[in-house]
Design a protein around this ligand. Structure first.
Ligand code: DGY
Length: 306
């Protein structure tokens, strides 16, 4: 039997590809959008990263394609309806990156609350003149109120970690009315995003909702940048309308606005949520096994139901 051709937009994990994929498939790497457009016509399976668009334009060239595996849990780069229309099945990488992403949210929270970027910059600048009673005072977290948007796996795990710090947890759900959302925001000393990016969640945190937050609020985002109106957030941080933010994702990634980069009260990370060796290896196995399972006529547990 001829092996299927699996096209990857990046060699996601050399060892897993060598052990799990290469023996079972012809592996092709498309390193540029142009190469992807060219190669997709010959692919039975496609493995993509978070920002590779799998849209009608690409799918219209994909005459053999049966399976798409997103090397991510978020699926906002994939037109699931267009895939379903063409009988193309999709898998992603839930579960295996939950803990890594929750731990990174905690990292952002601690760094923002204790002004770690400012302290680090001071040490590196050579301008640290010694201990002072009022140097870079931050927030003690125990007993603070955290409000989380998105009660999926990552939100739930993050809540567990927050509880271990002594935070109280409130959820904002899709059922909440605008009044309820605003009342919850008014008490949110920490506001953390764990929802997927959809038309409903785009710019969920806009200028008007930002005005509801208390002055000591810390905003955290490890999901997708566009759930927050970045311009509105910059202006809230600049005017000290809120205390700080911790951002792992940005509205027009990889572009980070200069105005955001200049602010001292924001922690910036380059989309590292799932970036642990453990999570990335497990993600590679899961996505490869899922695509191979679909091509072998099976139904993997991580198949996405449009
Ligand atoms: C995801 O999985 O959606 C992250 O953004 C990348 O790990």
């Amino acid at each position: 039997m001829t092996k299927p051709t699996i096209l990857l937009t990046y060699p996601i994990h050399a060892e897993v590809i060598r052990k799990e994929l290469a023996p079972r498939a012809r592996v092709r790497i498309a390193r540029s959008p142009a190469a992807l457009r060219r190669e997709i016509a010959h692919a039975d399976g496609l493995i993509t990263r978070v920002f590779d668009p799998v849209d009608e334009a690409l799918l219209s060239r994909a005459s053999r394609l049966k399976a798409v595996g997103n090397f991510a849990v978020g699926l906002d780069n994939i037109d699931l309806t267009a895939c379903a229309r063409r009988g193309i099945r999709v898998v992603n990488t839930p579960d295996v990156l939950t803990r890594a992403t929750a731990e990174l949210t905690l990292t952002l929270l601690l760094a923002a609350a204790r002004r770690v970027p400012e302290g680090e910059a001071l040490c590196r600048s050579g301008r640290f003149k010694g201990w002072q009673p009022d140097l870079l005072l931050g927030q003690q977290l125990q007993g603070r109120r955290a409000v989380l948007v998105g009660k999926g796996r990552i939100g739930t795990e993050t809540a567990r970690l927050f509880q271990a710090l002594g935070l109280t947890i409130t959820w904002i759900t899709r059922k909440d009315s605008e009044n309820t959302i605003r009342a919850k925001l008014a008490r949110a000393q920490i506001l953390s995003f764990h929802c997927p990016l959809t038309p409903d969640t785009r710019h969920w945190l806009n200028h008007s909702r930002l005005q509801c937050l208390p002055a000591d609020a810390i905003v955290l985002n490890t999901t997708r940048g566009a759930v927050i109106d970045e311009k509105a957030l910059i202006s809230a941080l600049k005017s000290h309308r809120i205390f700080a933010a911790g951002l792992d994702v940005f509205e027009r990634e990889p572009r980070i606005p200069a105005a955001l980069r200049r602010l001292p009260n924001v922690v910036l990370l380059p989309h590292l949520g799932s970036a642990t060796a453990e999570a990335r290896e497990a993600m590679a196995r899961l996505v490869i096994r899922g695509v191979l399972a679909i091509l072998g006529g099976k139904r993997p547990w991580n198949e996405v139901n449009p």
